[in-house]
Design a protein around this ligand. Structure first.
Ligand SMILES: C[S@@+](CC[C@H](N)C(=O)[O-])C[C@H]1O[C@@H](n2cnc3c(N)ncnc32)[C@H](O)[C@@H]1O
Length: 305
């Protein structure tokens, strides 16, 4: 299913433009992955339930601490501490929103996900100041602006696989145009996303593993090219900062894989042999993709013009 803007009617109080169309992964494709089983993901993601690259600090660091440090880095980048309203686009199981309201004194956090299971988890685990919607960002029409926006690990789904370069840039541009409509001038958006590692030639096994991930794990999705994301933001947002942390994602995936192997019997009981084998292949090959720089991990901060 793809969602087209003209079919989405915006209430008259809505903030933001109603300009384009959505060219990213469908809700079916997203649910195929993220609705697999909350209990399965809880076995290996750690207590933050963050399903995105952590921010590590030294060899003795642990996954949960590194995930919270990542949340804090992006929250500070977006200048969201003490804000009244913050939007989390692609909120997963709600860890960032819990951190916003629990530690950073944010009055109200709104999360968007396309996964029913994630939304169900957030409703059961997060405090009252956290609100979650199973909604595509294209259909989001807030009644009042946000003070900051954060999006972690969701851009990977915003341009469907097989699009041309101009179509991918247009897809990211549509997102930035919407986001700009929900923010006052000078407000910030912090984005974390995997990006293509364009500087290293891939070997055949890497190509096979990436195709496997695109065909069986994250369908209808394509890893963004950093230049295309930035081009999509031009004349809407200024770039404040960019950092690339591929080694941080290699370490995060290695931790996830170790967690999955520690709990393999429970995982088998929850999702079966085929899924567990697929996740083991996806996580173990991804460690190598980041180590060899076939993939990068971008943490970006933009400021609304
Ligand atoms: C890899 S998960 C990251 C979750 C969370 N940000 C974290 O760091 O743990 C990607 C998230 O993006 C959401 N997502 C993907 N495309 C979306 C869209 N078009 N609108 C809203 N959410 C979307 C998925 O439902 C999922 O929650």
């Amino acid at each position: 299913m793809s969602v087209h803007a003209p079919e989405a009617s915006a209430p008259s109080t809505a903030v933001g433009a109603d300009t384009g169309r959505y060219d990213g992964a469908s809700m079916d494709a997203i649910q195929q992955h993220y609705d697999l089983s909350n209990d399965f993901y809880a076995l290996w993601l750690g207590s933050s339930m963050a399903y995105s690259c952590a921010l590590w600090d030294g060899p003795d660091d642990d996954l949960d601490t590194a995930q919270l440090r990542k949340f804090d880095y992006l929250i500070e980048g977006a200048r969201a501490t003490g804000a009244r309203r913050v939007l989390d686009v692609g909120c997963g199981w709600g860890g960032l929103m819990d951190r916003l309201v629990g530690t950073h004194r944010v009055g109200h956090a709104v999360g968007l996900t396309l996964s029913d299971q994630q939304a169900d988890w957030v409703r059961r685990h997060s405090p009252a100041a956290v609100e979650v919607h199973v909604q595509n960002w294209l259909d989001h029409t807030p009644d009042e602006p946000y003070d900051a926006i954060i999006s972690i690990g969701a851009f990977e789904h915003f341009a469907r696989d097989g699009l041309t370069r101009p179509a991918r840039i247009a897809a990211y541009r549509e997102f930035f145009a919407r986001a700009r409509g929900w923010l006052p001038a000078g407000a910030r958006i912090a984005v974390q996303t995997n990006v293509k590692g364009n500087n290293v030639r891939m070997d055949r096994q890497t190509v096979r593993d990436l195709l496997f991930i695109m065909q069986r794990v994250f369908t209808e999705s394509e890893i963004p090219d950093l230049a295309e994301v930035i081009q999509g933001s031009e004349r809407i947002f200024d770039v404040v900062s960019v950092r690339n942390d591929p080694d941080h994602y290699a370490r995060t995936c290695a931790e996830w894989l170790a967690g999955l192997r520690r709990h393999r019997d429970q995982a088998l009981a929850l999702v079966g042999e085929e899924q567990v084998a697929d996740y083991e292949r996806y996580l173990s090959s991804t460690v190598g993709h980041f180590e060899r720089r076939h993939l990068g991990l971008a943490r970006l901060v933009f400021e609304a013009i």
